[in-house]
Design a protein around this ligand. Sequence first.
Ligand code: C5P
Length: 218
Amino acid sequence: ITAPVIAIDGPSASGKGTVAQRVANALGYGYLDSGSLYRLVALAGQQAGVGYDDEAGIAAIAAALSAEFRGDQVLLSGNDVTEAIRSEEMSAASSKVAALPAVRAALIERQRAYRRWPGLVADGRDMGSVVFPQAEVKIFLTASVEARAERRYKQLIAKGVAANIRPLLQDLRERDERDASRSVAPLRKGEDAHLLDTTELSIEQAVDAVLGWARDAV
Ligand code: C5P
């Protein structure tokens, strides 16, 4: 018998990372931010000078990736890259490497290894469909693209970073399009996933909804 998994999938800037982390804390479960793995692969590819269209080259980097999560810190080969992987450049680059089938295949077992007792909350695009198809709870967490752009905008302003809504909207639309139209593990709500639209919800309301489904299933 394996540890329970709560799979939370959805588009960029939907707030699923924040919700997933809080649900994990509330339940005492581990947390996997699968998107950061694709971000790490993109950064490692850039550092190694491998082009994002070199599928075999990027897949080799993914297979050999030295990634470590220490609290809120993300380490690549022992170096703190927490901020570096969050740049707009790496956001775009990660969705390019994530479209390469060999890269996704190279990361599957690494992601499954995070399933440990007492349980795991995993967030990404294909947690419920590909990585943990047997997950006890599957959630498709989304919000309107305008609401997501506004949240990203407020985050940037709060961090003291100059930002404009328009390019943020444009970037989210492009990434949504790339994530939803790729041939492997496209982003879409599975029939067995609960839909959680957070356009009009607070973080607390979203967390409570997930905890409610978890209580029923686990
Ligand atoms: O979630 P986050 O925005 O950090 O993910 C970065 C990119 O990695 C996404 O744009 C998506 O293309 C890709 N990704 C993926 N599958 C996952 C998680 C992320 O393809 N499970």
